[in-house]
Design a protein around this ligand. Structure first.
Ligand code: SAM
Length: 284
C-alpha cells in the first residue's frame, strides 16, 4: 500500500510514523508513506495556500488550486475509476463519516490512500465534492488540523495490513473487530462460537476472542501482586476453559459498562447471552 499525506505542515509527521509497527511496516516495504508539502504546489511568491471565505465570516479557507494540483501530480486513476483501481482520496473533515474499525478494515484492502489534511476554517468545498472520494472524521470533536486525523488513520490501517503485526490473529481479537471470519447470519444458533472457529485446533487460552464487536478483555502481566493489587486468581491457575470464560465475561462486562451501544451489533453466542443476563442480574 502507498499512502500520500497532503499537508501544510510536513514536519508534523516526523516522529509519529517512525515508531513501532508503522516503522517496521515501512521498513519491510508493506506500506510506503509519502508526505506532500502543499506549499510546493503554489505559484505565488508567498506560497499562499489559503484565502478569505466568500460571503464573509471567520478565519481562512484552504484554496482549491494547490490541492487539485497536488492530487493530480500523484498519477491516480481518474475519479470514476478509483474504486476499481483500489485507490481512495480522503479529505479529513469533522463533517465526514466517522472513522471506526470497520472503515479501517475497508481501507486496509486498498492499494493507495491519499489523505488531505485541512487547516484553518477548513477546505474549499469543491475539494470535497470534486476531488476527494470521501470525507472522514476521526470523532465528534474539532481538531486544529487534519494531521492528527491522518496519523490515526495511517496507524489503524497499517496494523491491519497482513504481515504488519507479528501475530495477525491478534488484530482480529481486539476491541471492535467484527470481520467476516466472525460474522454470520445467526451466531446465537451456532454450537461453535465464532472465536472458537477462529482458533480452531488451538487449546491455548492466550486469547478468547473478546472481539466479535465487543471491547477487549482485561490484560495482566507480572508481577502477580503489585502493591497489594492482585491479578485475578483464574488467570494463574492454568485452567484454559476457565480463563476463556472469564475473559469473555470480562469483555461483556466492560462493553456493557462503557459501550452498551456496541452490544446491539455484536455477534453474541448463546453462552454470551447467558453471561450478559448473569451480569445484568448481578448488577441489579
Ligand atoms: N470549520 C470546520 C468545522 O466546523 O467542521 C472545522 C475546521 S478544523 C479547525 C480544520 C481542519 O481540521 C479540518 O479542515 C479538518 O481537516 C481537520 N479536522 C478537524 N476536526 C476533525 C475531525 N474530527 N476529524 C478529522 N479531521 C478533522
Amino acid at each position: 500500500m502507498q499512502i500520500d499525506i497532503i499537508t501544510i505542515f510536513p514536519d508534523f509527521f516526523r516522529g509519529p510514523l517512525d515508531y513501532g509497527i508503522i516503522r517496521r511496516a515501512r521498513e519491510a516495504g508493506l506500506v510506503k508513506i509519502e508526505i506532500r508539502d502543499l506549499r510546493a504546489f503554489t505559484r505565488d511568491r508567498h506560497r499562499t495556500v489559503d484565502d478569505r471565505p466568500f460571503g464573509g465570516g471567520e478565519g481562512m479557507v484552504l484554496k482549491p488550486e494547490p490541492l487539485f494540483e497536488c492530487v493530480e501530480a500523484l498519477n491516480l486513476a481518474p475519479r470514476e475509476e478509483r474504486v476499481a483501481a483500489k485507490q481512495s482520496v480522503i479529505l479529513l473533515s469533522a463533517q465526514g463519516r466517522r472513522f471506526d474499525q470497520r472503515l479501517a478494515s475497508e481501507l486496509a484492502e486498498l492499494d493507495r490512500l491519499v489523505l488531505i489534511c485541512g487547516r484553518y476554517e477548513g477546505v474549499d468545498e469543491r475539494v470535497g465534492t470534486h476531488l476527494a472520494d470521501r470525507e472522514i472524521s476521526i470523532g465528534d470533536y474539532v481538531l486544529s488540523g487534519g494531521e492528527l486525523g491522518a496519523t490515526v488513520i495511517v496507524d489503524t490501517v497499517t496494523r491491519l495490513i497482513p504481515g504488519a503485526v507479528g501475530n495477525e490473529a491478534s488484530t482480529r481479537q481486539e476491541s471492535f473487530f467484527a470481520g467476516p471470519e466472525l460474522g454470520g447470519d445467526d451466531v446465537s444458533d451456532r454450537s461453535v462460537r465464532p472465536c472458537d472457529k477462529l482458533r480452531a485446533g488451538s487449546t491455548r487460552a492466550d486469547s478468547t476472542c473478546a472481539s466479535g464487536g465487543l471491547l477487549d478483555y482485561p490484560h495482566y502481566t507480572r508481577p502477580a501482586d503489585f502493591r497489594g493489587m492482585k491479578v485475578p486468581e483464574v488467570l494463574v491457575n492454568g485452567n484454559h476453559e476457565e480463563i476463556r470464560r472469564w475473559r469473555r465475561r470480562s469483555a461483556l462486562e466492560k462493553t456493557l459498562r462503557n459501550r452498551p451501544d456496541l452490544l446491539d451489533q455484536a455477534q453474541l453466542s448463546k453462552e454470551d447471552k447467558k453471561l450478559v443476563a448473569e451480569i445484568e442480574a448481578s448488577s441489579r
